[in-house]
Design a protein around this ligand. Sequence first.
Ligand SMILES: [Cu+2]
Length: 352
Amino acid sequence: MNAFDGRIRRAMGRALLAACACIAIVVSGCGRGDRAQENSGETGDTLRPAPAAHEHAEAGAPGRTVLEFRSAPAAIPVGTPAEWTLTIRDRATGAPVKDFDTVHGKLLHLIVVSSDLAWFNHVHPAYKGDGVFTVQTALPRAGSYKLYADYTLAGGVHDVEQYELATGGGSYHQAPAGLAADTIGEGGWMVRGVASKPEGMPDEKGGAEYRVALMPMPMKLVAGKDAMLHFQIRDAQGKPVKGLEPYLGAMGHAVLLSADTRTYLHTHPMEPGADHGGMHHEGEEHAAVRNGMTPGHGHGAATMDEDEAPKTPVSEVIFHTNFPSPGLYKVWGQFQHMGRIITASFVLNVEA
Ligand SMILES: [Cu+2]
């Protein structure tokens, strides 16, 4: 355990060194299940530097904008693409918001999950001007879904709006997530087998197989305490991949949702050697990225050194986050390798 404890300590130390660049984003919505096809409209967010401790929005604090959703056809078909139109409006005036900042290569990041959190997609609607974004996308089966539209208004005000919808003729209902926390296995890792997919096509078959490992640090996650989610991307044989690629300008993206779907956290890693000193990078928490020259587990101390050259192929990504309240959370880590997206999900228990 000494080596393990040491590596946690070193990793935590590094996170603290970088904490000046750390920004907490938590969005808690109070959308109620009986308001199908209607903007849940009660979301809030924070975008504040949090040098020592993260701050979080009060649940239900309204964002500056609202999301208006429609689809063509209006009744969203199951299993075939529909055109979704998302319009961002000023909450106070109703006027379309026209100017957005590009964050991680996009003006709008749209996360779509089934309300039981079993299905996940991350797409990037195209901006048509006048606050209107469109995307052709499909939902895999009849049921309830939740959307998280993640965008930053020109000038840096970040907002995440939640929206509930249903397919198959029903109305939105919150399906019980039925989550069970993953157990931590050998070396402190949780491991999940996944196949790579084209971006935005989570149901596509036939991608390359990977083993994605996640080590939460500390192992016992506690609400309100800083935590790190250390991902390692391995090939089908369990060896760390060489040359993880940047995806949307970061070495990985992690979305976390509370089991009740109301709390949304989105974190990005911080690039090694990047000088984020004092600068706020829109809507991101930070993490570290390390090279992949480690064995599958039982890492040598050398790979933990601060001065490890970042030029070596990356296979490990660390996200820094802070869970606002106890309970089960599902995390989806997304990475790019060989031009395709690797998405791996895990369920974490956060204690009071
Ligand atoms: Cu995105």
